[in-house]
Design a protein around this ligand. Structure first.
Ligand code: SAM
Length: 217
């Protein structure tokens, strides 16, 4: 069975991820059986990665067995689905600096899921997490200098040929600029740092003024 299922219902796409820990919910998602295997519903209105997959991010971008450095894990809503996607042979290294949400991430996600390693740390200083090379860096920290932070993490920890997935919240970078201009500027920064930008996926109607930049190095 696949770790990601896509189902069409009433003209809408629904995503499901295979539950790494059957019987356990992470938030209030539904648990559903498909051919005797348990899946969790993955709501694109609650997860920018789910929205991006529905809007065209190739499904295998985060695949079975991938090692993923996840910056901005928050309480772990999306990180838990990434943990489902990579499965028992993969690894999710989750970095979060806000103590309250980091505690929830550690208790509800990392303690329960054997493939999740939490770091309560500032993503501005990747030397603080003892991690070996990863296949994917996923960055969703909503900071004005997030692209520079993502690049610094990739320089230190992303393997050659690896993938950077950068969530851009236009209003966190410049509230006055047109979001399309902000997306183009962040794209340029990545290209200037040697990344090949494969696509820039705007996340409306799921998230306003957000885009996900999919790139490789
Ligand atoms: N990715 C999450 C999800 O989809 O479930 C939502 C992430 S939320 C938009 C951004 C998170 O990044 C917040 O929890 C915030 O505390 C964290 N964050 C912001 N700057 C950070 C930094 N420099 N280092 C680590 N975490 C940071």
């Amino acid at each position: 069975m696949k770790n990601l299922l896509r189902e069409e219902k009433n003209g809408r796409t629904a995503l499901l991820t295979r539950n790494l820990v059957p019987g356990k919910r992470v938030y209030n998602e539904d648990l559903l059986l498909r051919d005797g295997v348990e899946y969790r519903t993955w709501d694109p209105f609650r997860s920018k990665l789910a929205a991006a997959i529905i809007k065209g991010l190739p499904e295998g971008t985060i695949g079975v067995g991938s090692r993923v450095l996840y910056l901005g894990a928050s309480t772990g809503t999306t990180a838990s689905h990434v943990s489902d996607l990579v499965g028992p042979s993969g690894m999710v290294i989750g970095v979060e600096f806000a103590p309250r949400v980091a505690r929830e991430f550690v208790e509800n996600v990392a303690r329960v899921r054997g493939n999740v390693v939490p770091f309560v740390a500032d993503a501005r200083d990747p030397s603080k997490y003892s991690v070996t090379e990863v296949d994917v860096v996923y960055c969703d920290i909503a900071q004005p200098d997030q692209t520079e932070i993502a690049i610094a993490n990739c320089r230190r920890l992303l393997k050659k040929g690896g993938t950077l997935i950068l969530v851009v919240k236009a209003r966190s970078i410049d509230v006055l600029k047109d979001p399309g201009v902000v997306f183009a500027e962040e794209r340029k920064k990545l290209e200037g740092a040697g990344f090949k930008v494969r696509s820039v996926i705007e996340l409306s109607p799921f998230e306003k003024d957000h885009a996900l930049v999919y790139s490789t190095i």
